[in-house]
Design a protein around this ligand. Structure first.
Ligand SMILES: Cc1ncc(COP(=O)(O)O)c(C=O)c1O
Length: 367
């Protein structure tokens, strides 16, 4: 450890990653996928880090997922050669960038509308190739994707007639699994994801269209691959760090969350009021409907971040808890992905000592 690293660590607010826990999560997800013959294509929007993406590939991931072209550009520039952009890409500027990316690596895109597929196909024709794509299916989140079954099969049949694309798979994201209450609900969500894609694949086969890849993905359902027979790929993202949304679901233990936000008590203007030096620009404004506040103290979950301004966090301090000015506290945030995107760098610690800085290389790449 160098002095400059040590010096940086002294300052708060800072987002710390426990490297032993990170390693454990990377390994466990890779093993879960492998044991069930499913390719792990992790979503890198959680960490946006070239180094962590490299670790995921080292543990056996078969390619990565990103949401945005900008993220893909960062990962491709770092030498990652197989990338799924799980987001509809539309417009001339985006097609130009996609064309450039296709020169250097294998890119698959996702679509849920003929018009988007037509744009991709035009690019494919101009490049003299068929661009691989997944058709996105809605299995309960209510975001992108048509309903499984006939609506998806009809769309896929229309897309299959386009000359510049090739449908290589169906995909879905079961973000709604975060609302599950019990393990039985989680298992049901995992089964539903898989069955919906398998059913759609069968209808497509009846229309003479083979789609080999079935890609599912969310951290909650990735813990139950035994419920997902027949799928070929999973795309969890947030599993790498963990957060409150994951331990409240029972996916991991509270002690296994690798990400903590270190903050300092910087104001105690009235009795019962304590304010830390981290606000919405550190914690993000993401709430969890099952838990109060924006983050909880590692030592005592009854102390939580109750209110945020941009740079200040008002703590909920129950009676009997004594805090003092200058006290450093570590908090578990609600949602690790949005916290990462607010940082240039994360602090990688092992056994309480700073070991490495983790650059958030694709921070802010929202285009
Ligand atoms: C398309 C897609 N796939 C996979 C994921 C990863 O899910 P999670 O955040 O639960 O790890 C996301 C998350 O937003 C997503 O949008």
């Amino acid at each position: 450890m160098t002095n400059s690293l040590e010096h940086t660590l002294l300052e708060s607010p800072a987002v710390l990653i426990d490297l032993d826990l990170l390693d454990r999560h990377l390994r466990a997800a890779a093993e879960r996928a492998k044991a069930h013959g499913i390719r792990l294509r992790p979503h890198t929007k959680t960490h946006k880090s070239v180094w962590i993406a490299g670790e995921q590939l080292r543990y056996g991931a078969g390619g990565i997922t990103v949401a945005k072209l900008g993220e893909a550009e960062v990962m491709a520039a770092a030498g990652i050669s197989d990338i799924l952009i799980a987001f509809p890409l539309y417009g001339t500027a985006k097609m130009k960038r996609l064309g450039k990316l296709l020169e250097t690596c294998q890119i698959t895109v996702s679509v849920d509308h003929l018009k988007i597929a037509e744009g991709i196909s035009e690019l494919g024709v101009s490049l003299g190739r068929r661009i691989p794509l997944y058709v996105d299916v809605d299995t309960g989140l209510g975001r992108c994707g048509l309903a499984p079954g006939e609506p998806t099969a009809e769309l896929a049949a229309q897309i299959s007639l386009l000359p510049g694309v090739e449908i290589v798979g169906l995909m879905t994201h079961s973000g709604h699994a975060y609302s599950c209450e019990t393990e039985a609900d989680l298992r049901q969500a995992a089964r539903h994801e898989a069955e919906s894609l398998l059913y759609s694949q069968t209808l497509l086969r009846e229309k003479g269209i083979e789609v080999p890849e079935l890609s599912v993905g969310s951290t909650p359902t990735s813990f139950f691959p035994e419920e997902q027979q027949g799928v070929t790929e999973m795309r969890p993202g947030a599993y790498v760090f963990g957060d409150r949304s994951q331990f409240i679901l029972g996916l991991i233990d509270r002690k296994e969350v690798a990400m903590t936000v270190k903050a300092t008590v910087i104001s105690m203007p009235r009795p019962g009021v304590a304010i830390i030096d981290a606000g919405s620009k550190t914690f993000s404004s993401d709430l969890n409907r099952k838990l109060p506040g924006y983050g909880e103290w590692v030592e005592n979950p009854e102390v939580y971040v109750e209110r945020l301004s941009e740079e200040h966090g008002n703590l909920h301090v129950p009676e009997g808890v004594q805090l003092e000015i200058g006290q450093e506290l570590s908090f578990i945030p609600n949602h690790c992905c949005t916290v990462t995107n607010l940082q240039d760098q994360l602090f990688g610690v092992r056994k309480g000592r700073l070991e490495r800085m983790i650059n958030v290389d694709a921070r802010g790449k929202i285009r």
